[in-house]
Design a protein around this ligand. Structure first.
Ligand SMILES: [Mn+2]
Length: 321
């Protein structure tokens, strides 16, 4: 809360503000950026506010548009949203700002801001901006567009309110945004649209999915498959979500071929995977990890280890499914 007031006071002091976010943008960093810009513009029409980044999103372009790079960062406040480390910031000039504010909900891995407001347990930075508005609603103004951007960011980062990071506060703030006129049905429809080629990719995975004796589901995305569906790295790795609800398969793995290695995405419910990921050059959260293997034999070893882990887990807890 005190950082939140410090952020407000800092915004008041500057007449030129640049908002930046992380590379490979997602709904949260885009939604929070466009919403914060709109809130500042509505509240202080005399301020210049820009959203400036060096890459953009195709699928979420309906949320808003970035501004072109500006000439000078003199007397400029730079606000970086949803980005834990400086190297992920999608604006190479963020450091030229007179003051840098970081607002984030990732584990605080690196300090780069003069002022940092970080809350790990928040579902999203969009939720933090919604709460920022809510805490200062005597001063700040919001409209339907800003509320829609924030609502979109909360939805995408919380898996539409399904992940554990969704708190009573998340839902209260979502309700507050809804009262500002968010048309949720339209928004969900837009957020859920997929390209036809991605649907075909999904169909291929579902058709060819592999299964170990104890129920670990897995799939290997080769370069050939990436080419066939014209997949970017990100699109290829999205495949891990295509088989996340098979009954009896609480562990599922996606392997993605790289130049000199194989990237692994590990997912589970009810079973901790981080130790397994650690054994294969990776790590992460309890139920969502990343790892890297270098040969087909290592890939098979990881699959065998996952199968043994699942066998053991099902023995210890027969309710796992
Ligand atoms: Mn986020």
């Amino acid at each position: 809360m005190s950082e939140n007031i410090e952020v407000l006071n800092t915004i008041k002091k500057y007449n030129r503000i640049v908002i930046s976010r992380h590379t490979r943008p997602d709904g949260d960093c885009l939604g929070s950026s466009y919403a914060l810009k709109r809130i500042i513009q509505l509240t202080w029409p005399e301020k210049e506010v820009y959203v400036i980044n060096s890459d953009k999103s195709k699928n979420l372009a309906f949320l808003g548009k970035d501004d072109p790079q500006i000439e000078s960062y003199e007397n400029t406040l730079v606000i970086v949203l949803d980005t834990s480390t400086a190297e992920r910031i999608s604006n190479p000039r963020f450091n030229e700002g007179s003051c840098i504010v970081k607002i984030d909900h990732h584990k605080d891995t690196q300090t780069y801001g003069d002022i940092e407001w970080v809350e790990n347990e928040r579902s999203s930075v969009s939720e933090m901006i919604a709460s920022f508005y809510n805490d200062h609603n005597k001063t700040l103004k919001i409209d339907k567009y800003a509320a829609t951007c924030l609502y979109a960011g909360i939805c995408t980062d919380s898996g539409f309110f399904k992940y554990g990071s969704t708190s009573p506060q998340t839902l209260k703030l979502a309700a507050m945004l809804m009262e500002k006129g968010v048309e949720t049905e339209n928004l969900y429809a837009r957020l859920e649209l997929v390209d036809f080629r991605i649907l075909k990719y999904q169909s291929k995975i579902i058709d060819e999915i592999q299964m170990t004796p104890n129920g670990v589901a897995y799939y290997y995305v080769t370069d050939e498959i990436k080419k066939e569906f014209d997949l970017s790295e990100e699109e290829a790795s999205m495949g891990v979500d295509f088989f996340n609800s098979i009954k009896g398969s609480p562990i599922w793995l996606l392997f993605v071929q790289q130049k000199n290695s194989i990237r692994v995405r590990l997912r589970s419910r009810f079973i901790a995977l981080n130790e397994l990921a650690g054994k294969y050059n990776g790590g992460g959260h309890l139920n969502a990890c990343g790892a890297t293997v270098y040969t087909d034999a290592q890939m098979q070893a990881l699959i065998n280890d996952a199968d043994a882990l699942l066998k053991q887990s099902k023995k210890e807890n027969p309710e796992i499914e």
